[in-house]
Ligand binder design. Structure first.
Ligand SMILES: [Zn+2]
Length: 133
């Protein structure tokens, strides 16, 4: 756990999140500032700075893959972007950004252009995508 790391706090359950997936090592939850409906972050519970620092890439990306497939099936999304950027929060995270017809996103998703959903809507979206292990 790294002090003042918001994702470490979420991983430890000190800060609540709209959970999509959880196992012993990984957690996925809705981004509180989504660029699109269902925008999800997949993180290792252990603190790593970058996605490429996470030792078990196969396991990590398989979770991202499964969540993407659930998004296509359940929301349903037209397709899903997987983006690793890592400058906002310094704890490894894969962005999963579902895309829809006429969602107004053109080209690379604009991370400064956020969409707003009520707490109730966020809860519903999380339940819609939500996966049991
Ligand atoms: Zn952290």
């Amino acid at each position: 756990m790294v002090e003042n790391c918001i994702f470490c706090k979420i991983a430890k359950g000190e800060i609540p999140c709209n959970k999509i997936y959880e196992d012993n090592e990984y957690l996925a939850f809705l981004d509180i500032n989504p660029v699109n409906k269902g925008h999800t972050l997949v993180i290792p519970k252990k603190h790593f700075r970058w996605v490429y620092d996470v030792p078990e890439q196969g396991k990590y990306w398989t979770i991202a893959q499964k969540i993407s497939q659930e998004m296509v099936k359940k929301i349903p999304a037209m397709f899903v972007h997987a983006v690793t950027w890592g400058e906002e929060v310094h704890h490894a995270h894969i962005h999963l950004i579902p895309r829809y017809e006429d969602d107004g996103i053109i080209g690379f998703p604009d991370f400064k252009n956020k969409k707003t959903f009520s707490q109730e809507e966020m809860k519903e979206i999380a339940e819609q995508i939500g996966m049991k292990k």
